[in-house]
Design a protein around this ligand. Sequence first.
Ligand SMILES: Nc1nc2c(c(=O)[nH]1)N[C@H]1C(S)=C(S)[C@@H](COP(=O)(O)OP(=O)(O)OC[C@H]3O[C@@H](n4cnc5c(=O)[nH]c(N)nc54)[C@H](O)[C@@H]3O)O[C@H]1N2
Ligand SMILES: Nc1nc2c(c(=O)[nH]1)N[C@H]1C(S)=C(S)[C@@H](COP(=O)(O)OP(=O)(O)OC[C@H]3O[C@@H](n4cnc5c(=O)[nH]c(N)nc54)[C@H](O)[C@@H]3O)O[C@H]1N2
Ligand SMILES: [Mo]
Length: 764
Amino acid sequence: MAATKGSKPRIKPFRGPAGGWGSVRSLAEILPREHFPLEGMRELARQNKPDGFMCVSCAWAKPGEPHPAEFCEEGAKATAWELTKLRTTPEFFRDHSVTALREWRDYDLEQHGRLTHPLRYDAAADKYVACSWDEAFDAIAASLRPMDPKRVVFYSSGRTSLEASYMYGLMARMYGNQNLPDSSNMCHESTSVGLKAAIGVPVGTTQLKDFDECDAIFFFGQNVGSNSPRMLHDLRRVRKRGVEIITFNPLRERGLERFTDPQNPIEMATLQETGISTQYHQVKTGGDIAAMMGLAKFLIEWDDAAKAVGDPPVLDHHFIEQHTKDFHAFAEKVRASSWEEIEAESGLTRWALEQAARVYARSKAVLAIYGMGLTQHVKGVENVRMVVNLLLLRGNIGKPGAGPMPVRGHSNVQGQRTVGITEKTELAPVEKLKELYGFNPPTEKGLDTVETCQGIVDGSVRAFIGLGGNFLRAIPDTEKMETAWPRLDMTVHVATKLNRSHLFPGRQAYLLPCLGRIERDMQQSGPQAVSMEDSTSCIHGSLGKAEPASEYLLSEPAIVAALAKRLLPPNPRVDWDSWVEDYGRIRDAIEATYPDKFKDFNQRLFQPGGFWKGNKAAERIWETPSGKAEFLPPSGMSATGFTDKGGQYRLMTLRSNDQFNTTIYGYHDRFRGVKGTRDVLFMNAEDMMQEGLREGDVVTLEGASQDGRVRRRPGLIATVYNIPRGCLGAYYPECNVLIPIEHHAEESHVPAAKSVPVTISRAS
Ligand SMILES: Nc1nc2c(c(=O)[nH]1)N[C@H]1C(S)=C(S)[C@@H](COP(=O)(O)OP(=O)(O)OC[C@H]3O[C@@H](n4cnc5c(=O)[nH]c(N)nc54)[C@H](O)[C@@H]3O)O[C@H]1N2
Ligand SMILES: Nc1nc2c(c(=O)[nH]1)N[C@H]1C(S)=C(S)[C@@H](COP(=O)(O)OP(=O)(O)OC[C@H]3O[C@@H](n4cnc5c(=O)[nH]c(N)nc54)[C@H](O)[C@@H]3O)O[C@H]1N2
Ligand SMILES: [Mo]
């Protein structure tokens, strides 16, 4: 593992708020380092505006009436990362072999700047060499055409636009598979599976306006200050109105504690802060099912008691009767649960849960906001369904100010699923595609992320095409996967910057550089806009205007079209070239395929605040098999899926405030007080004492090894941290080596990155 370069590591508590002067200072460091061009400041001002471009960072909603600067520290970093003046040219690859580059840190690979030319891997020289686009497309198509389509995977990362995603999914299906894993397979797939089963829609039912109507927010496992900072404005607004925010998180995340708006000169000058959470419950990792069972237990007990004496009910029985199924089975399971077990599994006292339950019981409209702290567990889907159970008890779905609000990750990850990036036949528009394009789309289920990994290991997958992302770094089991990867016959990555996935080429490999979203995309009919769907199901147009990083870049739609044309037999009904000439025609095709969601797509493209694609559950129409919203009693109290034993910990892998997924912007995690390193192991003080460790000791984590494989991550600095006993925290992706590929959510196959069983040793 490469050592950390730069300043001496320092870990001490951070006392400031989220936002505030810290975020200004952080940008003042990063913008010059990226050689951020002056014109870039103009681009920043266009970020998330109705006529501008949509931030390439997170998927948080973009309001119709934006702030003068509708971006956050993280969004500005992401823009600077894309608009950097630094370049990774063919000369760079002449000087560095692929094997040598594997020794580089993730940070240094991307920091070297934007890719400029299409590249072919020359195995004899172990180097990437420049090639022409034609050569690349011809070779890729020639290699894929004779292959069994079932053995080829088309991955996409959630940044890709609706237009490119639609074409990509169509290409895969016309070729003969729906092996279309995307980053949501590692992320909110637990939401898509859990919500679909429970309320008939795979996405949240809520929108920005619900912040103005809610009177309480229950907030589970999402680090708003680092990962969706623009939401802090919404949270501050509701706090000023007296809305209670009840947070469940093993760590005291600063963004959930207090915030100073860096764009508010008065707040900045006077160091004013808004307190965010009104209750903060440091639940044990994997303890949310138990915590929510505790809340439900209070509500049901209070309701039973009220009924006995003829008081007004605590539960919304009218809603439950009219709209839900299996309430009684759920209530029985809750009544039968014991407080001992709830307290032990959640790590929270009955008293603390009572305080939270009281807020829930007296609130008329409750939002439930959540992120990876719920989805990335073996019982991740049950976590999500437990959120629904809780909401259903008081009719908190399908009314203003209430409902589930999953916070999605990548800026268009939700949208990709909407336009056909899915391995599941029931989610694909099979009949429509048949009707529109006259072919028989495959109906055999495709491979998701975990199945792709398994296929690469067992040799059944022969080719991997990646539209964005850093798959090999984002998935679990780093060592095992890096060993298997080069056995692939063909690997292709469409990317903006060099990353570790590119350094494990298959027998044939191409690296194709593309335009970023902020850049001008000029096609035959003029400059092109693309579109994306945010976390609240609103669809926004996005127009890039910045000068492209290189004259050789192609747009993602152009790359997909060029490959499709060579790979597929001609089909008079799909004119790939005409789609690329004018992306409006791709949007027409999307509208023809999904007329309900995308009505008048082109006309509404730049509607301020985006246009809402609609949501049946929000109207209390339940598209479940029973036609009702379904309660589901959890199978057990713990979300971890494994039994605790002496010396074994639950490791959660985390993002810092200085990264976007596998992209490392820097080595600080301001809110957690970490400076100059990512090799940190956050530990409870008593656990450290029990292990005989002192602050700063360097330790090794060892992962589970049912398959006989040793999974180790040496070089972590043990650090006393406010974290529940038995739980550990360390950074992703450096700790992915510890996660077995089989350790994933049961129904959704999301890698269970938030509770990984590990032990600690001093061996290096
Ligand atoms: N700047 C920036 N923005 C991003 C990203 C980024 O890397 N950087 N990534 C984007 C992507 S793709 C995604 S998916 C999102 C991710 O955003 P988040 O959903 O915030 O994901 P994580 O950073 O993994 O943090 C998960 C949070 O859950 C808590 N947690 C861990 N285990 C548990 C548990 O068992 N129960 C509870 N209640 N809490 C738990 C952790 O303490 C942490 O606060 O952010 C998106 N936005
Ligand atoms: N242990 C652990 N593992 C995790 C997680 C965790 O919390 N813990 N989180 C999971 C989650 S939620 C996610 S979403 C995944 C993330 O998985 P991915 O989405 O696959 O990874 P990213 O790091 O977002 O991808 C970064 C790369 O995208 C490319 N890129 C950037 N912009 C563009 C563009 O406009 N076009 C194209 N074509 N390429 C571009 C760049 O080359 C860059 O190197 O990781 C997952 N893995
Ligand atoms: Mo994600």
